[in-house]
Design a protein around this ligand. Structure first.
Ligand SMILES: *Cc1c(COP(=O)(O)O)cnc(C)c1O
Length: 400
C-alpha cells in the first residue's frame, strides 16, 4: 500500500492535533526506520528521547515477550512479581529511596505536583490550598489541563481554560528571579535542566546548582523534569549531574521503557513519597507487570551498554561535526550529549522536510530549531553518513 492511503485514513478519522512529517513508518530496528514503501531513514528524533536504547532493542523485547506470555495487567489492587524488582532497580540506579510508577510523562508530572503539595501541607505546613509551585517560561511538562495551565506557549493554553491555580512563572535560567519569586507558601520549583521542547535551551552554567541551593535554603523542593533529558540523553545519567545537583523530586519517563510501552515514574526520598497513603493516588496501568518488566530491562540496557558514556562520546562528535558547518542559516548549535539543537535564521520545518527526502528523520522544535537526538546506540559511521546530508541541506537551505 502506498503512503497516501495511510495518510488519508489517519487524516479522515484522526483528530488533527499533530503536524507529522509524511513518512508512514512500517517497521524499525536500532537507529533505522522503514516506511511502507520500503524506504529507509535514520531516526534522529528517537520519539522525543523515548528510544534512547534504539528501536526494538532485543533485550527489552525479550523481557517484554516473556512478560506478555505470563501476565500483563493486575492493577494495583493485587501485587505482582515485577513491580518490586523494577522499583529497586530504578532507586538503586538513581540513588533514591522510593518511586511511584505511572505511565505517561504528563502523569508523572501531575504525580510530582500532588506529592509536592502533600509535602507542602504536611511537612512545610503551608496553609491549606495556598501552596505555590514556581515554573519557568518556555517550559514543557506535558498536556494535561493543569500542566498546560502553567505553559507560556499561547497555543497550548488557548481555549483550554480555566486552569489550575497555584503556579508562578519566572524566566528560565535566572536564579535571581527564582529567589525573588519565593514566598512563605512556595513549596516547589519545577524545572527542566535543558528545555527540550522549548528549543534545546541550555541555561547558564551554574544555574541548576544555584537554583538547587536557593531551594534548599528556603525549604522548597527542587523538582527536575528529566523526562526528556534523563537516562543518558545528555551524556550523563541525569542532566542535573552536570552540576552535581541531586533533585528532591526526580521525574522520569520516555526512555524508562525504551519505547516499548508508556512507563514513567516519580523518584524521591522517603520524606516526600513516604507521605502517600492508600487511596491518595493511583493508576489502573501504573506499575503493571508488563511495564515493570520492560522498565527494568530498559534500565539494564542503559547500564550494560554504557549508553551514558556513548551518548557523551557520540554527542561530542556529532556536535563537533555540526559546529564545523559554515552555513549562513545557522544561528547557533547547542546541546549536551546527543540532545542537540541547531537554531536557524529561518523556519526549520522545510529543512526537516529536505532531510526526510535524504533519509534522515529530524523534527523542528520551536519554529526555528532543528533537533538532533538519535538513539544513543548510534555509531560514528552512521553519524558520518548523516552528516553529509545534514551539511548539504543546511548549506543549500531547504532547496537541496
Ligand atoms: C515529553 C515530555 C513530557 C510529557 O511526557 P508525555 O509522555 O508526552 O506525557 C513532560 N516533560 C518533558 C520534559 C517532556 O519532554
Amino acid at each position: 500500500m502506498k503512503s497516501e492511503y495511510y495518510i488519508e485514513l489517519a487524516q479522515k478519522y484522526g483528530a488533527n492535533n499533530y503536524h507529522p512529517l509524511d513518512v508512514v513508518v512500517h517497521k524499525a530496528d536500532g537507529v533505522w526506520i522503514y516506511d511502507v514503501e520500503g524506504k529507509k531513514y535514520l531516526d534522529c528524533l528517537s520519539a522525543y528521547s523515548a528510544l534512547n536504547q534504539g528501536h526494538g532493542h532485543p533485550a527489552i523485547r525479550q523481557a517484554a515477550i516473556e512478560q506478555l506470555e505470563r501476565v500483563t495487567l493486575t492493577s494495583r489492587a493485587f501485587r505482582n512479581d515485577q513491580l518490586g524488582p523494577f522499583l529497586e532497580a530504578l532507586c538503586e540506579l538513581t540513588g533514591y529511596e522510593m518511586a511511584l510508577p505511572m505511565n505517561t510523562g504528563a502523569e508523572a508530572v501531575e504525580t510530582a505536583i500532588k506529592a509536592a503539595r502533600k509535602w507542602g501541607y504536611q511537612i512545610k505546613r503551608v496553609p491549606q490550598d495556598k501552596a505555590e509551585i514556581i515554573v519557568c517560561e518556555g517550559n514543557f511538562h506535558g498536556r494535561t489541563t493543569t500542566i498546560v495551565g502553567f505553559s507560556s506557549e499561547a497555543q497550548y493554553r488557548e481555549d483550554f481554560g480555566p486552569f489550575t491555580p497555584g503556579f508562578v512563572m519566572i524566566p528560565y535560567g535566572d536564579s535571581a528571579a527564582l529567589e525573588a519569586a519565593i514566598t512563605p507558601n512556595t513549596i516547589a520549583f519545577l524545572v527542566e535542566p535543558i528545555q527540550g521542547e522549548g528549543g534545546v535551551v541550555i541555561p547558564p552554567q551554574g544555574y541548576l546548582r544555584e537554583a538547587a541551593e536557593i531551594c534548599r535554603r528556603n525549604d522548597v523542593l527542587f523538582m527536575a523534569d528529566e523526562i526528556q533529558t534523563g537516562l543518558g540523553r545528555t551524556g550523563r545519567l541525569l542532566a542535573c549531574d552536570y552540576e552535581g545537583v541531586r533533585p528532591d523530586v526526580l521525574i522520569l519517563g520516555k526512555a524508562l521503557s525504551g519505547g516499548f510501552y508508556p512507563v514513567s515514574a516519580v523518584v524521591t526520598d522517603r520524606e516526600v513519597l513516604g507521605l502517600m497513603r492508600p487511596g491518595d493516588h493511583g493508576s489502573t496501568f501504573g506499575g503493571n507487570p508488563l511495564g515493570a518488566a520492560i522498565g527494568r530491562s530498559a534500565l539494564k540496557v542503559i547500564v550494560d551498554e554504557q549508553l551514558v558514556e556513548r551518548s557523551q562520546e557520540m554527542g561530542v562528535y556529532f556536535k563537533g561535526r555540526l559546529d564545523r558547518i559554515e552555513s549562513d542559516h545557522i544561528v547557533e548549535v547547542r546541546g549536551k550529549g546527543l540532545l542537540i539543537g541547531v537554531e536557524l535564521d529561518l523556519p526549520a520545518r522545510p529543512f526537516a522536510e529536505a532531510l526526510r527526502e535524504r533519509g534522515i528523520l529530524a523534527k523542528e522544535t520551536h519554529e526555528n530549531v532543528l533537533r538532533f537526538a538519535p538513539p544513543l546506540i548510534i555509531k560514528k559511521d552512521e553519524i558520518d553518513w548523516a552528516m553529509e546530508h545534514i551539511e548539504a541541506v543546511l548549506m543549500n537551505g531547504s532547496h537541496s
